[in-house]
Design a protein around this ligand. Structure first.
Ligand SMILES: [Zn+2]
Length: 122
């Protein structure tokens, strides 16, 4: 029998009560990520020792996810900028390839029509 891990991370909606790692409470300005992974998170206890809430699902806040990425050597902001720059350079490459094709076609047309030299040497 083969076990299949079908886990997808998504933005938690609705947000959980707490981050599974740092126990930060959900706030409007903090994004949470749902790892869709069941685990035994035990219970969360408030500062005064009261039981607050149990959790059986893994949710991480954006701070914990950022920390995990940095620990793993990932930098989402840098990689995002690099990805956008790569797309920009790919567009420039396509532009210049089209320019080369167009220029080549023009040169071939001029040569074929015997209009004379199109490139002057110094
Ligand atoms: Zn957290």
């Amino acid at each position: 029998m083969t076990a299949t891990l079908n886990m997808r991370v998504k933005v938690a909606d609705p947000k959980p009560a707490y981050c599974s790692a740092c126990l930060q409470g959900a706030r409007a300005d903090v994004e949470f990520y749902d790892f869709q992974a069941a685990f035994d998170g035990g219970t969360f206890v408030s500062g005064d020792g009261r039981w607050v809430k149990g959790s059986d699902d893994l949710y991480l806040c954006e701070d914990c996810l950022q920390m995990a990425c940095e620990t793993a050597g990932l930098n989402p902001q840098l990689h995002g900028r690099q990805g956008r720059r790569i797309k920009q350079l790919e567009l420039e490459i396509e532009h210049w390839k089209a320019t080369v094709r167009r220029t080549r076609a023009e040169l071939e047309e001029q040569v074929n029509s015997n209009l004379g030299p199109v490139v002057r040497r110094k």
